[in-house]
Design a binder for this molecule. Structure first.
Ligand SMILES: Cc1cc2nc3c(=O)[nH]c(=O)nc-3n(C[C@H](O)[C@H](O)[C@H](O)COP(=O)(O)OP(=O)(O)OC[C@H]3O[C@@H](n4cnc5c(N)ncnc54)[C@H](O)[C@@H]3O)c2cc1C
Ligand SMILES: *[C@@H]1O[C@H](CO)[C@@H](O)[C@H](O)[C@H]1NC(C)=O
Ligand SMILES: *[C@@H]1O[C@H](CO)[C@@H](O)[C@H](O)[C@H]1NC(C)=O
Ligand SMILES: *[C@@H]1O[C@H](CO)[C@@H](O)[C@H](O)[C@H]1NC(C)=O
Ligand SMILES: *[C@@H]1O[C@H](CO)[C@@H](O)[C@H](O)[C@H]1NC(C)=O
Ligand SMILES: *[C@@H]1O[C@H](CO)[C@@H](O)[C@H](O)[C@H]1NC(C)=O
Ligand SMILES: *[C@@H]1O[C@H](CO)[C@@H](O)[C@H](O)[C@H]1NC(C)=O
Ligand SMILES: *[C@@H]1O[C@H](CO)[C@@H](O)[C@H](O)[C@H]1NC(C)=O
Ligand SMILES: *[C@@H]1O[C@H](CO)[C@@H](O)[C@H](O)[C@H]1NC(C)=O
Ligand SMILES: *[C@@H]1O[C@H](CO)[C@@H](O)[C@H](O)[C@H]1NC(C)=O
Length: 539
């Protein structure tokens, strides 16, 4: 990799950094100049840099913001946005950010729950990988190279173009970016058979803090381990992943069975907890819990939707359900046979007549303001415990909330807790995703919904994993590690670190300290450098 000479160095030093909106034009000028000098391909550089004075700055910034809580006039904005079309642009952006003392944020799909990929309190450059999203599928060898800016929908589409009997075990929403998603784990309907997306990564291309382009061999197994579940943002910029494709049958079956309280929902959810993680690994049944209007006027009820993918035909599914979960009363009419790629549309919530091309549409159909959290369940929750959840879903803020219960077991239980940084394996029967949405702008609505979510989370404490109470890093939650315990950033990091990564946290800290000793790749929940304070307790 060649950088253009050292002639610009004095100019870099001359920039004495007091960043504010007032100096942004100045910064832009210097940053742009630095970018041009540093880029291997300088002719293209000016086409990939935006400052607030470029008319498309706003639309580029807004485009992939999924959580509109972080899209207000008061939300801090990047001084510069870079949309690389070439690795040399990334290398230059890293060098120039360091030279000008700016932080960077890296965005692939923009689905971070706390906006960490595009918001920072300090002056920063946004590197948005939207234009690095090529995908090349090698069906013969069941592998693919996928650039980080691709979405899961694009990946599934390109696989299906080549083969209807290959798939990939990633997430269900089709607008999620693989840069964030795969580096934090990534689960979907194939998880019980094949594990997480991160369990199926076989190589990667990453640019480190020194601007070096590394692959699996040159980065070494420690760093390659860390970026498969430890979150990418702490270690470098992931440019591309090489993934292992998995076999899927040409016909799969999906169903959704809705049961409300008058239809024994409480008993069925209770029973599901004993069944779901032990089912055949070809069968995935998740539950969506919401409060809905009851048929009795003016009353509400709880609806449990049992949503399922079976890797096979209806004729095999029905006897399996009769044997394992007869209480649900699944009927042949509830079941629909599809190809695996059509099941992706089904789980993403698209109508059945929608064209597969919708997978290439990067605009999420469900942008709104939200707060989400996660939990892991190791023992079934009692019916009484479930009824307490119903009470909270009936509250006003709970009307726009839902909870997803995602079954573990199968392949998830076979992979060791330390295989990759994602540690939530055999001890769990399912994972809970909680989310509450609201339409209203302003702090009042946001505060009331967020505090509702925190109350629900407190209520759940006795029923979920403990010491640590596990959480999923891709369901980023900045509440974790800020609730009273610990008053240094190290103490707090240890708290969220143990929740997301359990004992893998220490190895992540070691890798971080080795590969990014200056802590350039940094955000509110990035892996910290090793500190002697680590020795002092923490839970
Ligand atoms: C509607 C919706 C549905 C979801 N469904 C699922 C699901 O089914 N299964 C599941 O497991 N998760 C799901 N998620 C969570 C999702 O996996 C995470 O939010 C994930 O981190 C998003 O990745 P992204 O690239 O879109 O996000 P971004 O906001 O772009 O990035 C997330 C984090 O990764 C970092 N990052 C991004 N790209 C790179 C890169 N190239 N190199 C280094 N660091 C990078 C960012 O800096 C940030 O810290 C869902 C989220 C949403 C909003
Ligand atoms: C430089 O950029 C131009 C325009 O984006 C592109 O056509 C060309 O292939 C690039 N050259 C290199 C060496 O990347
Ligand atoms: C943004 O504006 C600058 C200054 O006018 C220009 O040089 C640059 O090419 C613009 N960026 C893009 C991506 O158009
Ligand atoms: C940026 O690149 C130049 C040229 O290669 C190099 O001299 C300089 O040290 C780099 N700066 C940083 C902060 O990495
Ligand atoms: C499959 O992998 C082998 C070995 O790496 C390679 O030689 C071959 O070209 C690959 N097949 C395709 C279609 O790329
Ligand atoms: C509810 O369960 C009872 C037995 O537990 C059963 O008799 C009844 O038919 C069920 N009701 C519905 C609507 O499924
Ligand atoms: C869960 O149900 C609610 C209410 O019907 C719906 O808005 C939401 O999209 C569903 N979520 C999933 C992932 O099925
Ligand atoms: C539910 O009932 C309330 C009040 O009875 C009504 O205002 C609301 O529109 C209903 N919602 C739906 C989705 O039918
Ligand atoms: C992409 O999806 C968005 C959100 O659902 C929709 O508004 C838009 O029309 C779609 N674009 C195309 C080209 O279909
Ligand atoms: C916070 O730090 C101070 C000074 O180090 C210490 O005395 C105090 O016990 C700490 N509080 C907590 C809750 O850890």
């Amino acid at each position: 990799m060649k950088h253009v000479g050292s002639s610009v160095f004095p100019f870099a030093l001359a920039l004495l950094l007091s960043f504010s909106w007032a100096t942004s034009a100045h910064t832009h000028e210097n940053f742009l100049q630095c970018m041009t000098l540093r880029s291997e391909n300088s002719s293209s550089t000016s086409k990939v840099i935006y400052t607030p004075s470029n008319s498309s700055y706003s639309s580029i910034l807004q485009f992939s913001i999924q959580n509109l809580r972080f899209s207000t006039p008061a939300t801090p904005k990047p001084l510069v946005i870079v949309t690389p079309t070439h690795v040399s642009h990334i290398q230059a952006a890293i060098n120039c950010s360091q030279t000008h003392g700016m932080q960077i944020r890296v965005r692939s799909g923009g689905h971070d729950y706390e906006g960490l990929s595009y918001v920072s309190d300090v002056p920063f450059v946004l590197i948005d990988l939207i234009d690095l999203r090529s995908i090349s599928v090698d069906a013969e060898n069941s592998t693919a190279w996928v650039e980080a800016g691709a979405t899961t929908g694009e990946v599934y589409y390109r696989i299906a173009e080549k083969s209807r009997t290959l798939g990939f075990p990633g997430g269900l929403a089709t607008t999620v970016g693989v840069g964030g998603h795969f580096s934090g784990g990534g689960y979907g309907t194939l998880m019980r058979k094949y594990g997480l997306a991160a369990d199926n990564i076989i190589d990667a291309q990453l640019i480190d803090a020194k601007g070096r382009i590394l692959d699996r061999e040159s980065m070494g197994e420690d760093l390659f381990w860390a970026i498969r579940g430890g979150g990418g943002a702490s270690f470098g910029i992931i440019v591309a992943w090489k993934i292992k494709l998995v076999p899927v049958p040409s016909t799969v079956t999906v169903f959704t069975v809705n049961r409300n309280l008058e239809q024994n929902a409480t008993k069925l959810v209770h029973r599901w907890q004993y069944v779901a993680a032990k089912l055949h690994e070809d069968l995935f049944i998740r539950i969506n819990l919401t409060s809905v209007n009851s048929s009795q006027e003016g009353k509400r009820t709880i609806q449990a939707s049992f949503i399922s993918l079976y890797l096979g035909v209806i004729d095999k599914l029905l006897p399996m359900m009769q044997e394992s979960f007869p209480e649900l009363g699944l009927m042949r009419e509830d079941c629909i046979e599809k190809s695996w790629i059509e099941s992706i549309l089904y789980f993403a919530g698209f109508p059945s007549d929608e064209s597969l091309d919708v997978l290439l549409n990067r605009t999420s159909p469900t942008r709104s303001r939200f707060k989400a959290k996660s939990d892991y369940v190791q023992e079934p929750i009692s019916e009484l415990g479930l009824e307490g959840i119903w009470q909270r879903l009936y509250e006003k803020e709970g009307e726009t909330a839902f909870m997803l219960l995602n079954p573990y077991g199968g392949r998830m239980s076979e992979i060791s807790e330390s295989e990759i940084p994602f540690p939530h394996r055999a001890s769990n029967i399912y994972e809970i995703f909680y989310v509450v949405f609201w339409e209203e702008e302003g702090t009042a609505a946001s505060e009331s919904h967020i505090s509702w979510m925190r109350r629900l989370y407190r209520y759940m404490a006795p029923y979920v994993s403990k010491s640590p109470r596990g959480a999923y890093v891709n369901y980023r939650d900045l509440d974790i590690g800020t609730n009273g315990k610990g008053n240094t950033s190290y103490e707090r990091a240890r708290i969220w670190g143990n929740k997301y990564f359990k004992s893998n946290f220490d190895r992540l800290v070691q890798v971080k300290t080795t590969v990014d000793p200056a802590n350039f790749f940094k955000n509110e929940q990035s892996i910290p450098l090793f500190s002697s304070e680590w020795k002092k307790g923490g839970d």
